[in-house]
Design a protein. Sequence first.
Length: 141
Amino acid sequence: MIGNHDYDLLDFLGYVPPLESPAEMKPSKRTKDGQFVIGSKEEIAMSFDREAAEWMLKCPYILKVGDVGGEELVAVHAGLLPGTELEKQDPWGVINMRNIYENKPIKKTDKGHAWAEEWNESQKHLPKPTTVIYGHDARRV
């Protein structure tokens, strides 16, 4: 599955449009004339293999593993918004979120609540809960 840094790389290379949350617009890496500000990370990105980029474009936001022990198992880079069907999840949130604030995914941890705690609570009473494997916010654990 794809993560926020993978997406940023594909955006830099021009394969995908910028994927930004209106609540967390980040400073552009482009100058006013549309050119990128080049630094060491960008220089490395420019040497990225086209074949590898095309492979990354095929990676899903949500990897559906299947039924494991009576639970649906999925993997995402960052998180999922409770109460929202998998097909209707916000791609920005799936690859960036750490918390939920005012029912929206956010990357920061100083507002709202950890998405995983809210997700786990939302799954407790479902006949077939969904377990989510993620890594974006692993340092919190």
